[in-house]
Ligand binder design. Sequence first.
Ligand SMILES: Cc1cc2nc3c(=O)[nH]c(=O)nc-3n(C[C@H](O)[C@H](O)[C@H](O)COP(=O)(O)OP(=O)(O)OC[C@H]3O[C@@H](n4cnc5c(N)ncnc54)[C@H](O)[C@@H]3O)c2cc1C
Length: 330
Amino acid sequence: MFAPLAAWLLQRRIPFQENAAIAPHLALGIGGTVRLLIRPRDARQRLAVLRHLAGAGAAPGIPGARASERSGERPYLVIGGGSNIAFPDVPVQAAVLLTQGEEAPPAPLLLADEGALEVDAGMRNQPFLAWCAASGAGGLEFLSGIPGTLGGAAAVNAGAFGRSVADVLLAADIVDGQGRRRRVDAAHFGFRYRDSRFKLGSEALLTLRLRHEPASGEAIAARTRENLEYRVTRHPSYRLASAGCFFKNPQVGGTKISAGKIIEESGLKSTTLGALAVAAEHANFLLNRGGGTFVDLQRLEEKIRAAVAARTGIVLEREVIYVSPDGKKY
Ligand SMILES: Cc1cc2nc3c(=O)[nH]c(=O)nc-3n(C[C@H](O)[C@H](O)[C@H](O)COP(=O)(O)OP(=O)(O)OC[C@H]3O[C@@H](n4cnc5c(N)ncnc54)[C@H](O)[C@@H]3O)c2cc1C
């Protein structure tokens, strides 16, 4: 199923590895191998691969390729910074495309429409905020300290300090399930708390159009720094492997309550299981202390869910994405 894809990539000199380890590309560092790991050099290669994977113009020049070899039936998924996802220990039969190429993404653009900008989905949040400060584009500092890319942030509706991507996203250019490049508006995302149709779907984001508010570079840089400092003093060190908050904050009687607080009150702070640990600084962070497995991650997840449910009756919902051995996100 993957040989025609490998041949297609080879023909076009698009970098890829077969049976590649995925853990080094993930913040939590948990996962075995993936059938193909594709690293397009730039936005042009990325678009070609995404259109091919989704089935448009598939496998030209590969005579006799069966429909299943050419179409979107071949599992694939897109990864940005890999900071909100874990893979199983067993080999995953899927092609994985990393959106961050060897070349830096094109610089964002301030658009003629007042208060709008356009940014490549493969751009990382922190360099983006440096550009925002240099360009006087304010209102996006809530992204400060959230690892990963703008595309990943939009897909999971990432947020902090009372704001999330849904508050600033105007439109996006995507590759849809039929391999078509098209412009969609914010309604297409179906944004919910830490969720959108892209989180578990296979459509890919190419560029995002975001709202910004004019502000001075000094003010933007100061808010970016303050937000980062706030996180550094309350969260585990960025040097430790985690995927950020593991569970969503549950809604109880119309109010969101902190999952970290109820995990802590359930007596689970600093609990360990194999190489995994519940962080001492923030009980909703699960840490991989080196060599952690997916099986242990799932066991720790169940242990926490059961303890919290027994104590409070609340069933915690996972925020972090898992991938199945056949390449489906869940
Ligand atoms: C230390 C730490 C702190 C964190 N703090 C926060 C926080 O405060 N708030 C918060 O919301 N999250 C937080 N996170 C979680 C994570 O960083 C965010 O969810 C981040 O926005 C994910 O971006 P990413 O590029 O790493 O996405 P990935 O993990 O690579 O992918 C996440 C999802 O997005 C999809 N995706 C990625 N790129 C694209 C694309 N171009 N097109 C379509 N789909 C795409 C993937 O398929 C997957 O479904 C934290 C994580 C860590 C490790």
